[in-house]
Design a binder for this molecule. Structure first.
Ligand code: NAD
Length: 500
């Protein structure tokens, strides 16, 4: 029996009334296991209407009421980590420990949202003029939408909705159609935690659903995470429709290794960050820039480690890396490796022929390592989003920095060195939103915001942390005077008001 995943509107399952369904595949077997409803314009409208109706009371609810529900949700999420991770593995393919890791990082944002009262406490200045006080407060926007990618079906929605609803907004999520089940389980847990109907809604689907959210007059803000071309489109379209937008895009994350670095630590970090989750992470390291004479040693250390990675179904505890999301994506990743030698790279490891016995129809690809990759190569320039690591060589730090800063992407980056001065120089000079010093995947903790520069983010706000609270609220400044009965009447004064 094929499983069916429907929308979640107004606190309950909503069958796909349009009758359009898309297939969901288990990447480890290549089999279609699930049908997911694809929303029509009318179904998106129904979700937005439910969210708008719920906002009337949720937007007025007390911080205590909101946070007690979030605390209950946090406990439920904690208790159901394994179950959600299993749903992720079955549709995304990543190994169970990796799926558990993404749930844990999502939980960090729920933790932050549980403490929203502190972030929303506003500012008060007393006696700015005689008997005049000024308060700055932040209020919710109304209905806000989130559109999320396949590679983190639980974590990325949790980068958005916990803070959005904690701030008093109501939410419509459009998750990736490739792995939709985790979002529905999360919706059920929110309901179990006591979230009122309509505060959190899920519509599945494709461009039809997304475009309706981008143009709907009742959607006040859009958070997007996905590839750069779609992020650019979302930002342009939603902004033109008068919405607040944050659109996080793709990446090509560089790791600089200076000659004084601990090369074993650098090789461990490069392999973990390049091949973890089969490279399908926006913070994956996909380019190592080896500075000076260490190149040969570093490449050899990376090769030794990478060759040992165990590839297999994500549900097998022995697997360290699973399959890619679709067959088409697998073939595209393989094409970069196949073309690399003609582009001037040395192919050290070629994973394109890899398969897993008994799972021949899975979307398998092995580990690929390309050395001396020229910056002109497609394998270097494009976001491959697979287990392919490019190594580039330079003589100096300055050349290496030019390479990093020459990339159109600016998500994360890292430097490996024992020299504090060099690390500090890099952190000041590099054009990227998140920098690691001897940390290969510098994903900020929940109370710092996450976001890239250049083509890795369109909009003014990074996601979660203080930027998240700011994004999901708007400011209001209230200036108050309570005159003393003994004051003489102020009288009419057409002059520009001054404080005294
Ligand atoms: P994607 O851009 O293909 O899809 C993202 C979302 O947009 C999905 O919900 C999808 O249904 C929707 N979408 C796709 N095409 C659309 C179109 N033409 N019009 C409207 N909506 C459309 O991304 P993906 O393949 O699901 O995810 C991988 C990408 O996401 C990678 O590029 C990765 O770097 C990026 N990503 C970035 C971050 C970050 O924080 N910067 C985090 C995770 C993933």
């Amino acid at each position: 029996m094929t499983k069916i995943v429907n929308h979640w509107i107004g606190g309950r399952t909503a069958e796909g009334a349009s009758g359009n369904y898309g297939p969901v595949t288990d990447p480890a077997t290549g089999e279609v296991t699930t049908k997911v409803a694809f929303a029509s314009v009318e179904e998106v409208d129904a979700a937005v209407a439910a969210a708008k109706e719920a906002y009337l009371s949720w937007g007025q609810s007390s911080l205590a009421a909101r946070t007690s529900i979030l605390f209950a949700f946090r406990a439920l999420l904690d208790a159901h980590r394994d179950e959600i991770a299993e749903l992720i593995t079955a549709e995304h393919g990543k190994v169970h420990s990796d799926a558990l890791g993404e749930v844990a990082r999502g939980l960090e944002i729920v933790d932050l949202a549980c403490g929203i009262s502190v972030q929303l406490k506003g500012e008060l200045s007393t006696q700015v003029a005689t008997r005049v006080d000024v308060a700055s407060i932040r209020q919710p926007l109304g209905v806000v939408a989130g559109i999320t990618p396949f590679n983190f079906p639980a974590m990325v929605p949790m980068w958005m909705f916990p803070l959005a609803i904690a701030c008093g907004n109501t939410f419509v999520l459009k998750p990736s159609e490739k792995d939709p089940s985790a979002s529905i389980r999360i919706a059920e847990l929110l309901a179990e935690a006591g979230l009122p109907d309509g505060v959190f809604n899920v519509v599945h689907g494709d461009k039809v659903a997304v475009d309706r959210l981008l143009e709907h007059p009742d959607v006040k803000a859009v958070s997007f995470v996905g590839s750069t071309p779609i992020a650019r489109y979302i930002h342009t379209t939603a902004s033109a429709n008068g919405k607040r937008v944050q659109a996080l895009g793709g990446a090509k994350n560089h790791m600089l290794v200076l000659p004084d670095a601990d090369l074993d630590a650098a090789a461990d970090a490069a392999v973990s960050a390049a091949y973890g989750s089969a490279g399908e992470r926006c913070m994956a390291i996909s380019a190592v820039v080896a500075v000076g004479a260490i190149g040969d040693t570093l490449v050899e250390k990376i090769r030794e480690r990478a060759e040992k990675i165990k590839i297999g179904p994500g549900s097998d505890p022995a697997s360290e890396m699973g399959p890619l999301i679709t067959k088409a994506h697998r073939d595209k990743v393989a094409s970069y490796v196949a073309g690399a030698a003609d582009e001037g790279a040395e192919v050290v490891l070629d994973g394109t022929g890899y398969t897993v016995d008994g799972h021949e129809n899975g979307h398998w690809i092995g580990i690929s390592l390309l050395d001396r990759v020229p910056t002109s190569a497609k394998a270097y320039q494009d976001e491959i989003f697979g287990p392919v690591l490019c190594v580039l060589r330079t003589e100096t730090y300055e050349e290496a920095l030019d390479i990093v800063n020459g990339s159109p992407f600016g998500n994360g980056t890292a430097i490996f060195t024992r020299d504090g001065g060099a690390a500090r120089r890099f952190q000041m000079e590099v054009e990227a939103g998140m920098v690691g010093v001897n940390v290969p995947i510098p994903v900020p903790v929940g109370y710092h915001s996450f976001g890239g520069w250049k083509d890795s983010l369109f909009g003014d706000h990074h996601i979660y942390g203080n930027d998240g609270t700011h994004f999901y609220t708007r400011g209001k400044v209230v200036t108050t005077r309570w005159p003393d009965p003994a004051d003489a009447p102020a009288g009419v004064d057409l002059g520009f008001p001054r404080n005294h």
